[in-house]
Unconditional design. Structure first.
Length: 445
């Protein structure tokens, strides 16, 4: 059993399958990160200690083999995965009976901004670990984020830049007023009150998918903190250039923005499924210069979480599954966050055991009874829960957010912030194979 990607859904699948199969986890970096809380690590690097865990001891505790390397190809016909190991130039070939692709996604749309923090093909909130990007494109290629030391050095270097900007009361632009944009803006303003923090959003309001009460609460909080919000301005229109000269967009000037020192992309998500057969990926758009995928590229799958070919049914013999942010489920839609990813992983693991039970009935069920049956992913209550941090001591909690602007804002303020912190602690504890975190989340899925 090969699991590709050690994020939320990947580790969840390892935990579910480790007693039934010989499980191999493959990841291009040596550590797990709790991405919903990663923003704070850029302002308090020591926070990364409670947001991360090393894969090797985690896998040792689970009884799972860990392979540290970048997956280059999944060969469904021969049932093999090719991996470029982190310390070697040659490739390791791993055979499998079943595999699950759980590679997640990157934040941020593909856009080249002169004053931007990152290259178009990378994302500040997500470590840069792909070999091609590190060598050819990365703005922080000197920091090898496959290693936890390189990742933490990145936090320190970004914090140094922000301290310098704060001392001269610089201006930071955040493109996108979704969850990431708002959380980064409020964290920045809390840590550096002297910074001029500006959020630019192409839509007409913040967190546009949230219910009205949540939007109003977030907007009021930002207004009270002195965070400038500019709506109706496209992300590629921050500067207007003509005849070789560039000027700040009038909409920003009207808000008192006289210069732009740093731009953070905090909008959209991008796929990182470049190793999968193109026949399994949805429609893609490419950058003409680099050939990078700028839109699309999500893994197609059915509700049983089996990877699909565009026109030919399941990939191979139906033993390649997927789960989490990396996939697009036919006739089903869910937010790209941790809970839906783990729910998809639960379905994928169940169906792997159901298929395997036909080949090895003695390894499943109880004396021929209670054999696993094929299931399909469906909407559950947990998929509609969303918590948005507003600095370290404030937040909102929304439930039943199935459609845009639907749901209920059930908690705000300090209680919501503490609940989100408890979720963070318990999830990281579960990831590190802690008893209490494992017990809490065993009641969830």
């Amino acid at each position: 059993m090969v699991v590709i990607g050690g994020g939320f859904s990947g580790l969840h699948c390892c935990r579910l399958l480790r007693s039934r199969f010989k499980v191999v986890l493959v990841d291009a970096k040596e550590y797990f990160e709790y991405y919903p809380g990663i923003l704070r690590a850029y302002l308090e690097p020591r926070e990364h200690r409670v947001l991360s865990g090393m894969y090797q001891p985690i896998c040792d505790e689970m009884g799972v083999e860990f392979v540290w390397g970048e997956v280059k190809e999944v060969q469904a016909d021969s049932k093999r995965v090719k991996v470029k190991l982190a310390f070697m130039s040659n490739e390791k070939v791993i055979p499998y009976d079943y595999s699950i692709v759980c590679t997640g996604s990157q934040y941020g749309i593909y856009m080249n901004v002169v004053t931007g923090v990152n290259a178009p093909s990378e994302c500040l909130w997500y470590p840069t670990f792909l070999d091609k990007v590190m060598k050819e494109q990365s703005k922080w290629g000197n920091l090898d984020e496959r290693f936890i030391a390189g990742r933490r050095a990145h936090f320190e270097s970004e914090l140094k830049v922000l301290k310098e900007l704060s001392q001269r009361q610089g201006t930071v632009i955040i493109a996108g007023a979704g969850f990431i944009g708002i959380e980064w803006a409020t964290e920045l303003k809390h840590a550096f009150p002297a910074l001029k923090v500006v959020i630019v959003e192409a839509r007409s309001d913040c967190v546009s998918v949230m219910p009205k009460k949540c939007k109003e609460y977030c907007q009021k909080f930002m207004d009270d903190q002195g965070i400038i919000t500019v709506y109706g301005l496209k992300y590629d229109c921050l500067m207007e250039c003509s005849n070789g000269k560039c000027a700040i967009a009038p909409a920003l000037q009207a808000k008192g923005v006289k210069n732009i020192d740093r731009v953070y992309m905090a909008v959209g998500v991008r796929s990182i499924n470049q190793f999968m057969p193109k026949e399994c990926l949805d429609k893609m758009k490419y950058d003409e210069g680099t050939g990078d995928v700028t839109r699309g590229g999500w893994i197609l799958c059915n509700k049983k979480m089996q990877v699909l070919m565009k026109e030919e049914g399941v990939l191979g013999d139906g033993t390649v599954f997927t789960a989490g942010n990396c996939c697009s489920v036919k006739d089903f839609s869910a937010p790209k966050n941790s809970f839906p990813g783990e729910e998809m992983g639960t379905i994928a693991c169940n169906n792997i055991m159901a298929l395997d039970a036909k080949k090895r009935p003695s390894a499943h069920g109880c004396f021929g009874f209670m054999m696993p049956q094929l299931k399909e992913v469906h909407w559950s209550f947990g998929m509609g829960i969303c918590a948005t941090s507003l600095g370290p001591f404030d937040a909102t909690m929304v439930v039943c957010n199935k459609e845009p602007e639907s749901g209920y804002t059930v908690l705000t303020g300090y209680p919501a912030a503490m609940l989100k912190e408890f979720i963070r602690w318990s999830k990281v504890d579960q990831t590190r194979m802690g008893c209490l975190g494992g017990l809490i989340f065993s009641l969830v899925h």
